[in-house]
Ligand binder design. Structure first.
Ligand SMILES: Nc1ncnc2c1ncn2[C@@H]1O[C@H](COP(=O)(O)OP(=O)(O)O)[C@@H](O)[C@H]1O
Ligand SMILES: [Mg+2]
Length: 302
């Protein structure tokens, strides 16, 4: 059974405009799906549809075989959600909040407390566990919100910008934890994020949204091939004859456009045979950021 199936799903808040337009997405169990796109692209709306917080205007969707709109309770037993504005209780401590949600999800009081203490430790909130939420910083709230989402050991996590407002170190920790959850426990993750560098480290596949539509989808490798097929080769070298297909960008620094890494040895041989001296060669594969900007620029030009 797929973790997520969306078929031709659309959501229109107003009759004129579709916030999500004919979306088709399938996620297998254990995937870490990076859902990317500029503000207003429809990411949060998609997460809300998948959680039963909104009903689609058209189309079919299921999460572990459940229709989110019709089986919200069964779905919430399987799913953990971190939204941009997590609702928790200001007058309770971090620990009390987690225990409250644990028991709400049907864990016993003892089990809830055990899970809560474990998660507080994992998210580096042990010391803050006894402080009231009102005293928490944005970063602490975000991490507590992730702990809350995990309290009942969900099979799927929906994370809507879980690291916005976190300092780089906390963001790194949250990403490390997400990767560990996926790797060790096989949790499926649907991650909306703007942090492309982290996304590239932890996601197994990506979907890129723009104005409600999925404009590209695939692994980093498949997106590289279809979106940024070339590789830029950078060389630190001297005396490269001008007839070779390299451009000098600054002193002793050259670039060449190649199609695959297979072309590197013969290019280097040609340089050396022509009297050039090579000190360093590196192939710059496109990053997720390169792919993202290439695609969004293409859309903007349409
Ligand atoms: N409750 C709402 N009522 C009307 N329009 C909304 C509502 N929520 C979001 N939208 C609109 O839907 C579009 C998609 O928004 P959203 O899903 O929040 O995008 P993202 O999370 O990618 O930034 C935007 O144009 C936004 O203004
Ligand atoms: Mg959003």
């Amino acid at each position: 059974m797929n973790a997520i199936t969306m078929q031709q799903v659309s959501k229109a808040y107003t009759p004129k405009k579709r916030a999500v337009d004919s979306l088709n997405i399938t996620l297998e169990k254990g995937e870490v799906f990076g859902f990317l796109g500029p503000n207003g692209a429809g990411k949060t709306t998609t997460v809300k549809l998948l959680n039963g917080m909104l009903l689609p205007t058209e189309g079919n969707l299921s999460v572990f075989g459940l229709d989110p709109g019709k089986n919200p309770e069964q779905l919430h037993a399987l799913a953990g959600v971190v939204t941009e504005h997590a609702q928790m209780y200001q007058h309770l401590t971090g620990l009390e909040n987690l225990v409250f949600y644990g028991t709400l999800f049907g864990l016993g009081a003892g089990e809830s407390r055990k899970r809560a203490l474990h998660l507080l430790e994992q998210l580096e909130l042990s010391e803050a566990g006894d402080q009231k939420l009102a005293a928490y910083s944005t970063g602490m709230r975000q991490r507590l919100s992730l702990a809350r989402a995990l309290i009942h050991r969900p099979q799927i996590l929906f994370l809507d910008e879980p690291t916005s407002g976190l300092d780089p170190e906390s963001a790194q920790n949250v990403h490390t934890m997400i990767r560990r959850l996926a790797k060790d426990q096989g949790i499926t993750v649907f991650l909306c994020t703007h942090q492309l560098r982290y996304a590239q480290e932890i996601c197994t596949r990506y979907g890129l949204m723009d104005e409600g539509r999925l404009i590209a989808e695939g692994t980093l490798k498949s997106l590289c091939t279809s979106v940024c097929p070339g590789i830029t080769l950078k060389l630190k070298a001297r005396n490269i004859p001008s007839h070779l297909p390299l451009r000098e960008t600054k002193a002793m620094t050259y670039e060449a456009d190649i199609r695959s890494e297979e072309e590197i040895p013969s290019l280097v041989r040609q340089i050396v045979e022509a009297g050039g001296e090579v000190y360093h060669v590196s192939a710059q594969l496109p990053t997720l950021e390169d792919i993202y900007f290439t695609l969004t620029r293409k859309e903007a030009a349409k």
